[in-house]
Ligand binder design. Structure first.
Ligand code: C2E
Ligand code: MG
Ligand code: MG
Ligand code: MG
Length: 285
């Protein structure tokens, strides 16, 4: 009996130890099927010019509607997909879906806007990236200057030379490159002159406490000055309140994205926002 108890204890212990990796494995397995089972969705969040209320960009953000577990955050499954390589297929699908949506909006007569798609480091290293993007745009009939690709600093850090050459090729096709989560990575400022960035996205972590934190104000002011000096558009992420919007405008930041304007929306709702407001989102959802 004692032995059995002991074994049970061990099993519980082992289970507890393993549950995390077991969960991970289970999640990974179902992620393989998520694409073909159509459990992935693309949501769209407006980025706007706060002076005019005009939507300049829509950012595509992938969602996973798991049949049992409900919505799983991309913060959870994108890193998984990045590790096991599935991000290549998922990324291709997101790109295709987002560009198709952008084209559909154009055909519906919406004012022109750029579709912003996140690229993970692994996609950036993938040999067929350029070909995939070219092919996708041609097939859909979307002009390259309506596409912006968002990459993070960690992506630029891996193999600087080949990253620069890929980004330069993309830029010469007419595609814009945005540096996402700016300020949270480890890259040196000299990267800003080595890579052809069209936009810098100030990370939410600098925006969130802007009203109360003097250090964040100093950092955001410095990033804005940097953007002005380098002629790179600077946009603030995570703008949740009108007070934040006003403060950012006072600091000279006029491009914004955040819950104050709109949460990421499913395709039909995003379309409604575009139609109702004639591409202008002035107030809270
Ligand atoms: P990100 O590209 O920096 O996207 C911004 C994230 O902030 C999104 O989270 C968005 O929903 C959230 N957000 C927007 N406005 C606000 C706000 O006012 N307050 C707060 N608290 N959050 C706000 P989401 O959709 O959960 O995506 C998280 C991250 O997952 C993204 O960060 C991006 O790194 C990654 N991701 C999402 N979709 C894709 C994709 O298709 N491909 C790749 N490679 N990564 C993706
Ligand atoms: Mg992004
Ligand atoms: Mg970001
Ligand atoms: Mg982020």
């Amino acid at each position: 009996q004692a032995k059995e108890l002991g074994r049970n204890d061990y099993q519980h212990y082992a289970q507890a130890l393993n549950s995390q990796s077991t969960q991970r494995l289970a999640l990974e397995n179902s992620l393989y099927q998520a694409l073909e089972r159509r459990e992935l969705l693309v949501y769209y969040q407006p980025q706007l010019d706060s002076t005019t209320g005009e939507i300049t960009h829509m950012e595509a953000l992938v969602r996973w509607q798991h049949p049992q577990l409900g919505f799983i955050s991309p913060e959870v499954f994108i890193p998984l997909a990045e590790q096991n390589g599935l991000i290549i297929q998922i990324g291709k699908w997101v790109l295709q879906t987002a560009c198709t949506q952008a084209k559909a909006w154009q055909v519906m007569g919406m004012p022109p806007m750029t579709i912003a798609v996140n690229l993970s480091p692994r996609q950036l290293k993938h040999r067929q990236l350029l070909q995939t993007i070219k092919h996708t745009l041609t097939e859909i009939g979307l002009e390259p200057h309506y596409l912006e690709l968002e990459i993070t600093e960690s992506a630029t850090l891996q193999d600087v030379d080949s990253t620069r050459s890929i980004l330069t090729d993309l830029q010469s096709m007419g595609i814009s490159i945005a540096l996402d989560d700016f300020g949270t990575g480890y890259s040196s400022l000299s990267y800003l002159k080595q890579f052809p960035f069209h936009s810098l996205k100030i990370d939410q972590s600098f925006v969130r406490d802007l009203l109360t934190n003097h250090q964040d104000v100093a950092i955001v002011e410095a990033l804005l000055a940097l953007g002005r000096g380098l002629n790179i558009r600077v946009i603030a992420e995570g703008v949740e309140t009108v007070e934040l919007k006003n403060l950012l405008e006072t600091l000279g930041c006029y491009y914004m994205q955040g819950y104050y304007f709109s949460r990421p929306l499913p395709s039909e709702e995003a379309t409604k926002v575009l139609m109702l407001k004639g591409s202008k989102v002035g107030s809270r959802e």
